[in-house]
Ligand binder design. Structure first.
Ligand code: ADP
Ligand code: ADP
Ligand code: ZN
Length: 214
């Protein structure tokens, strides 16, 4: 299985990708996570990407497609992949077609998570994650069961993303509308697109996605 999760910032892509990894033994390939790791490690890619990410704009197509290529090269061919936050432009969609062919993979589904824009700002500004294992939480909608302790690994350290502020979120939404939504017809033409109501609870979204994958 090779799935693309599409949706604006805060739609729930990361949250659902984590669940699919648990339920289906798939591998999450998040270009956002890869870029943040590169920024943290101060690699040449990270040094280039940091300011762009802080503004909420898109990093260059070649950089993200090369990150994906490297991951696919390292992955066993039978391991299913969830593309989380990639592709985000028409050029990336075309690069991904080439990468899938190169690595002998076929797309199973493109799942679009639809969410109200007002709700997105609230989701993004309330988002935080475990500093140890990366589990995603939300101040109101999805806090840890015990205040200040990660459900998954017991860590008491959490972090917030520097780009998760209202101003940057507006730019990220504009980027999504202008550059990412227009790639949907590329996949509609192949009859691959399924829409899931991302405003439902995390559980219900997860069930809707599972139903598409069986
Ligand atoms: P979100 O979870 O809000 O959708 P991501 O973690 O996927 O955000 O991405 C964070 C930032 O990393 C983006 O705003 C952008 O600057 C950069 N980025 C991530 N994926 C891509 C991509 N496929 N193409 C270009 N830029 C990307
Ligand atoms: P994305 O990867 O699309 O940017 P995330 O999965 O990081 O989105 O989710 C953004 C925030 O919203 C997180 O704090 C997460 O806990 C919360 N969240 C995710 N899905 C839902 C949902 N269905 N209902 C309410 N909050 C959600
Ligand atoms: Zn944790």
């Amino acid at each position: 299985m090779n799935i693309i999760l599409l949706g604006p910032p805060g739609a729930g892509k990361g949250t659902q990708a984590h669940r699919m990894v648990e339920h289906h033994g798939m591998r999450q390939l998040s270009t956002g996570d890869m870029l943040r790791a590169a920024v943290k490690a101060q690699t040449p890619v990270g040094q280039k990407a940091k300011a762009v990410m802080d503004r909420g704009e898109l990093v260059s197509d070649d950089i993200v497609s090369e990150l994906i290529d490297a991951e696919l090269t390292a992955l066993a061919p039978e391991t299913g992949v969830i593309f989380d936050g990639y592709p985000r432009t028409q050029a990336q969609a075309e690069q991904l077609d080439g990468l899938l062919a190169k690595h002998g993979r076929c797309l199973t589904r493109v799942i679009e998570l639809g969410v109200d824009e007002d709700a997105l700002v609230e989701r993004i500004t309330g988002r935080f994650s475990c500093a140890e294992c990366g589990t995603l939480y939300h101040d109101m909608a999805n806090p840890p069961k015990t205040d200040g302790v990660c459900d998954q690994c017991g860590s008491t350290e959490f972090k917030r993303r520097p780009d998760d502020n209202e101003e940057t979120v507006r730019t990220r939404m504009q980027e999504y509308r202008a550059k990412t939504q227009p790639i949907l017809p590329h996949y509609e033409a192949q009859d691959l697109v399924a829409r899931v109501d991302g405003m439902a609870s995390i559980e219900d979204v997860s069930h809707a996605i599972d139903a598409l994958l069986t």
